[in-house]
Design a protein. Structure first.
Length: 292
């Protein structure tokens, strides 16, 4: 597939209208329609549903859009790096995926230091859970990932950041659990829970609970903590999470209570093993290493 055609496809997907997409791309509408038809023929799949109100992506079209967004972004980053004005310049965009953790400050401080001396250097940050970040790291659409334990994944190199998270429950301040300073496995097994959707986290926690995860009363799963905190605030249940994650706006209404025995996870900066780092990415890793 030609990157130019993928850009055409993405423009139509974003606009939902061939005429507007053609104007945005500065091509004629018939030429754009011909290119889309050729792409569908090449893939042997219908990518768009055409209707009176415009066009919408089919299921296969949505799948292609997810991959095409990553491919075009990667191509643009490579082009920017190669076009840097001087061989010694740090230029282009470093893409970073990060879980919700204060440990990201180590990366942010290092990035700020590099930008002072390299004004052509830019950063793109994507928030997500460990599984989301891992998938994009392995696909090569992220340069670096900030991952929170419980474990490490094959195929990656790591730099451990000087921050350790404790696990516990986010509970409503008027819950009986909030009256306790620490929560035992028995406390958690008897609660209605909201938990991360990540399979690796569930396996890690099951050992601490002392029972299979499927035996717990799980009311909801979450990806990032904000909406989980809204569920807690509403009274749906208590959210299994790490410390320092509850947004300030929930202060007073939602509180964190750590587990006992203590359960912790480290935080890592990660990148693909045996994949050469660009000068800019390598410089950022080294700056994080020095600053942490």
């Amino acid at each position: 597939m030609d990157l130019r055609i993928l850009r055409y496809f993405l423009a139509v997907a974003d606009e939902g209208n061939i005429t507007r997409a053609a104007e945005r791309l500065h091509v004629s509408q018939p030429a754009l329609s011909t290119q889309l038809a050729a792409l569908e023929d090449e893939l042997g799949q219908k990518l768009f549903e055409r209707g009176a109100r415009g066009i919408a992506l089919t299921e296969k079209g949505s799948a292609l859009k997810r991959r095409a967004d990553d491919l075009v972004e990667l191509a643009e980053r490579i082009e920017a790096e190669i076009k840097s004005a001087q061989p010694s310049d740090l230029a282009g965009t470093i893409s970073i995926g990060a879980g919700e953790t204060p440990a990201f400050r180590f990366v942010a401080r290092a990035a700020n230091g590099l930008c002072r001396d390299n004004p052509k250097l830019h950063f793109s940050v994507t928030s997500g859970n460990g599984e989301d970040i891992l998938e994009r790291l392995r696909a090569g659409t992220l340069d670096l990932g900030v991952l929170i334990g419980p474990g490490r994944y094959e195929g990656l190199d790591y730099l451990t950041l000087p921050h350790v998270h404790r696990w516990g429950l986010a509970v409503r301040s008027d819950s009986p659990l909030a009256a306790k300073k620490r929560l035992s496995p028995g406390d958690v097994r008897s609660a209605r829970l909201i938990c991360s959707r990540q399979a690796m986290v569930k396996e890690f926690l099951a050992g601490w609970f002392g029972c299979p995860f499927g035996k717990l009363d799980v009311a909801a799963n979450y990806n990032l903590i904000y909406n989980a905190a809204v569920f807690v605030e509403s009274g749906l249940g208590a959210a299994i999470c790490i410390d320092g994650m509850i947004p300030q706006e929930f202060a007073g209404g939602v509180v964190f209570r750590p587990f006992t025995p203590v359960l912790t996870s480290d935080v890592y900066l990660a990148w693909r093993k045996n994949a050469p780092l660009s000068p800019a990415v390598a410089a950022l890793v080294e700056a994080v290493r020095r600053g942490s």
